[in-house]
Design a protein around this ligand. Structure first.
Ligand SMILES: NC(=O)c1ccc[n+]([C@@H]2O[C@H](COP(=O)([O-])OP(=O)(O)OC[C@H]3O[C@@H](n4cnc5c(N)ncnc54)[C@H](OP(=O)(O)O)[C@@H]3O)[C@@H](O)[C@H]2O)c1
Length: 251
């Protein structure tokens, strides 16, 4: 028999986040200003809605500032009357990133590198939920990135060495995010900076009321990203919006 382990507790606030380039980032404190890159898609819109609902300021980014603003207007209407909701706005992706201390990448794998390279990400905590997936007549499958030695999150980190990238929200359904009510799943957070992971873990708590789980180093995004193909397969078979839950904690 194994003893259960208490649910993950809040860690002490870190004093500094070191980037791979050797620069340092002062850890942002909540409520954050979050730029959602690709904020007009279902995943970015759903996460941005959830972040704003608990008081974070959210800028919905798009290749078109007008499209970003239209989504911000839709989310603002949804949040009318929600006590403590954060401000929402829309902007072109780069402008959104420039305004934020936390940047969520919620874009397709196609075109990912060009877009990430174009963003002002130095000094930011970057959260990637990007899943490099392929689809054919047999369903969804994980694409091999960098001959199996990489992932979307690691690619983002390589493109933005003065930012710190963490992976999170890969396995959360956009449909569930846009619906109201608590989600009962766990969100796994991976990254090489404990301090940056704390930022994502805090964002997770606002989304589903459960602390995100520190699942290890950034390279484990290589496992988390393609795992979503399995969930998509389950969803198609059982007509549900599946996610994952980790056992062994007390919660
Ligand atoms: N949908 C889900 O349930 C889900 C769940 C977990 C993770 N994810 C991951 O989250 C990411 C976003 O998912 P999604 O379903 O929201 O994606 P999506 O709708 O296909 O794309 C999101 C937004 O990205 C922008 N975009 C599209 N192609 C682009 C390109 N070539 N260059 C730059 N921007 C582009 C578009 O915004 P503009 O036209 O406004 O610029 C689009 O609205 C994906 O990597 C996906 O794997 C999705």
């Amino acid at each position: 028999m194994t003893e259960s382990t208490p649910a993950p507790a809040a860690a002490p606030a870190p004093s500094v986040i070191a980037t791979p380039a050797g620069t340092e980032i002062a850890p942002p404190s909540a409520p954050f200003t979050v730029a959602v890159i690709g904020g007009t898609g279902p995943q970015g819109k759903g996460l941005g809605y959830r972040f704003a609902r608990v008081g974070h300021t959210v800028v919905f980014g798009s290749r078109s500032a007008e499209k970003g603003q239209a989504v911000a207007d839709e989310v603002a209407a949804r949040l009318a009357g929600v006590e403590g909701a954060g401000a929402v706005s829309g902007a072109a992706n780069a402008e959104a990133a420039a305004q934020a201390d936390v940047v969520l990448l919620a874009v397709p794998w196609d075109g990912h590198d060009e877009l990430v390279a174009s963003l002002p990400l130095a000094g930011k905590v970057v959260v990637s939920c990007v899943n490099p997936l392929g689809f054919d007549k047999r369903g969804a499958y994980g694409l091999v990135v960098d001959a199996g030695e990489g992932s979307a999150a690691e690619r983002a980190q390589a493109l933005a060495p003065e930012a710190v990238v963490v992976g999170a929200f890969h396995n959360v359904s956009a449909v569930s995010l846009w619906e109201d009510g608590l989600l009962d799943e766990d969100v796994l957070v991976v990254g090489d900076s404990v301090a940056a992971k704390q930022v994502a873990i805090e964002l997770v708590e606002g989304v589903n009321g459960r602390r995100g789980i520190d699942a290890g180093k950034l390279r484990l995004a290589r496992q988390l990203e393609p795992w979503t193909a399995v969930l998509i397969s389950i969803n198609r078979k059982y007509k549900i919006h599946s996610s994952i839950r980790i056992t062994g904690f007390d919660h």
